[in-house]
Write a new protein. Sequence first.
Length: 299
Amino acid sequence: MAPTSTPQTPFGRVLTAMVTPFTADGALDLDGAQRLAAHLVDAGNDGLVVNGTTGESPTTSDAEKAQLVRAVVDAVGDRAFVVAGAGTNDTHHSLELARAAQDAGAHGLLAVTPYYSKPPQEGLLRHFTAIADATDLPVMLYDIPGRSGVPINTETIVRLAEHPRIVANKDAKGDLGRASWAIARSGLAWYSGDDMLNLPLLSVGAIGFVSVVGHVVTPELRALLDAHLNGDVTKATEIHQKLLPVFTGMFRTQGVITTKAALGLQGLPGGPLRLPLVELSPEETEQLTRDLAAGGVQL
């Protein structure tokens, strides 16, 4: 049974977009995934997003995606939301992934803007609506035009919010003005999808985070959120500023690469990457170690 959700916080407040652990020979590491999921929930996550781009979804098979959802649900699904990435740039394939995620026990779906093909807004509207119609699961949109090439315009978000199963948006647009209008007009639960903007997005109406740095600083993210909710702006700002080296260090290069390196430094499951992603160089690892230490991360 999934944790209790509310319309205001349909997937909780603090979620980590989890990497997909692999074994030394590059196979799916389900035991490692369960151990990592348990560690992240123990650290304070309300939920986990699996099979997102941080989970190397472009290079995992459909069967591996279903196996991963099932394993993570078995490990932590009674105490955390498990949200499964189901978005691709092929609507039919996305529907198949959505149904498979539901069958595997996922509590919700993350649907990214179709990438590369750059559809018009009407195409986005029909794509996301089709995904929301495909299952009984609540859906979180994922707006990341820097990778997809196309933003979800505010008018499109407002129209999508009319669908009873489209309940949230993960915002990696990097535009606080447009976020302000979309939050006010859509009523969707708004999650920061850009760790550097976690606090600024809270200030304009976001209710939580879908984080990458949550792999290493979930307690601090929880403290920042709690301070903001309690009206202690000074404390929230202090935590934000303390975490700046972590935000910077974890995104000096591609986030999955640095996250798996950081997990390795902490002795946690992560394992190798699948091409075209490659491991950090020794020099990059040294820099990451300095960045994490500057942000108070114990290694």
